[in-house]
Design a protein. Structure first.
Ligand SMILES: [Zn+2]
Length: 424
């Protein structure tokens, strides 16, 4: 038998596995049923000869007795020593939202697709990697090296209780793990080399409260923020728009530096919808915005931060009474694996074999767990490759195509054959 035939034969198993995973509602936030999904994966993978470890990320954001952050790492050693290929999938899914015509946790099948929250992002990818690994082990019981499969928490909220925690514990030490494939829904014929970086900060401008009829007796924090926004419009946005990356980011609009202003608030608190009164007349003494700055592999975090600070400092020097406070909220580094890295070349060859055409190389506008494997684990040989359409992630009626899962499982299997079979 060949490995591809074996994977074709596992179609029903793959469907059942995907449905079972979707039916465990691992909503994040708050982070429900992580233990349940780890126990399920533990049972499944132990049966196939994997050694498993369940690891709780104690003390990470969101971890509590009610919502413990459980992760699983399963390892299957071959007959001989060699390299280790690690498949990492996050087990959490985002909220359901409105507009579903299917049961979001039903795993219903219609027209060759399995529907549910997390179907493409990324329980379908997790299921495909499990089927690929199990079929590979059956076909080549005497393989060299090791296969690891992890199911990790909290990717949708930054990955701190998942991959970041495991990386801190040494699970992605390049001495132990040589190749990492993250089966996020990037499409079965595309290799995702990495993602842009991000920097999040809150900027507050300060004023002085006074009666609204005599604004000259106070100092309007909202007008100061207007000056900040005008600096952004006239200087920062044009500067960012002129900066292009060599990263193959899709969609193409994200091949530039970008910034979103996530929120703005100034002056008195907004009242609830049922409040029928009128606002009081006050000069606002505070205005706050949150910015979401996505940056390129060609930029550094220091440059990104300094650019915004320089504009604010410029205002402090030129604008009377301008006072501000900048609070950094979070940051992630950009990550970009080289096209000639072994895992990239191996998966590219496998895609060509299975799909009959070379892959498209892409990078992601937002980040995923590769950042932790890169920065904390110091492991550069990492890609995202998996079935499904990124556009469906987080949407109503999210689905995964069964044929797409089969094809990408074949690609993963072919990659394992290249990396874990004796070259002699
Ligand atoms: Zn995902």
């Amino acid at each position: 038998m060949t490995l591809t035939n074996r994977i074709t034969d596992k179609r029903d198993d793959l469907i059942q596995l995907t449905q079972d995973l979707i039916r465990i509602p691992t909503l994040n936030p708050p982070g429900e049923n992580y233990r349940e999904i780890c126990d399920f994966l533990d049972k499944r993978l132990s049966k196939h000869g994997f050694q498993t470890q369940l690891i709780r990320a104690f003390g990470t954001p969101g971890d509590s007795e009610k919502y413990p952050r459980w992760n699983i790492v399963a390892r299957r050693d071959g007959a001989q020593t060699g390299e280790c290929v690690h498949f990492n999938s996050h087990t959490d899914v985002v909220e359901v939202g409105q507009g579903w015509t299917f049961d979001p946790f039903g795993g219903d099948i219609s027209d060759g697709k399995i529907y549910g929250r997390g179907a493409c992002d990324m329980k379908g990818g997790l299921a495909a990697s499990i089927i690929a690994a199990e079929a590979f082990i059956e076909e080549h019981p005497n393989f060299q090296g090791a296969i690891e499969i992890s199911g990790t928490a909290d990717e949708e909220s930054g990955g701190y209780g998942g991959v970041a925690y495991l990386a801190e514990q040494g699970f992605f030490d390049p001495n132990k793990v040589q190749h990492v494939i993250i089966p996020e829904p990037l499409q079965k014929d595309r290799i995702c080399l990495g993602h842009r970086g991000g920097w999040w900060a809150e900027i507050e401008t300060k004023g002085e409260i006074a009666h609204g009829s005599m604004p000259f007796l106070g100092d309007c924090a909202v007008r100061h923020m207007g000056a900040v926004l005008s600096e952004f419009e006239t200087k920062l946005f044009p500067a960012m728009a002129a900066r292009f990356t060599d990263m193959p980011v899709v969609p193409e609009g994200a091949r530039q530096s970008t910034m979103n202003i996530n929120s703005i608030h100034g002056g008195q608190k907004e009242q609830t919808d049922d409040f029928t009164g009128l606002p009081a007349h006050c000069v606002p003494d505070s205005c706050r915005i949150v910015i979401d700055r996505r940056y390129l592999v060609e930029e550094t975090l220091d440059q990104v931060r300094d650019e915004v600070k320089a504009l604010l400092e410029g205002l402090r020097e030129t604008r009377p009474d301008f006072e501000y406070e900048l609070t950094e909220l979070n940051s992630v580094i950009p990550s970009m694996t080289d096209k000639t890295a072994p895992v990239v070349e191996t998966v590219a060859k496998a895609i060509e074999e299975v799909m009959g055409k070379p892959p498209t190389y892409v990078a992601s506008p937002g980040s995923y767990d590769q950042k932790h494997i890169d920065r904390i684990g110091k492991l550069k040989n990492c890609i995202a490759y998996g079935p499904g359409l990124l556009e469906l992630a987080h949407k109503p009626d999210e689905y995964i195509g069964i044929d797409d899962m089969i094809d990408s499982a074949k690609v993963m299997g072919a990659a394992l054959e290249t990396l874990l079979l004796s070259k002699s």
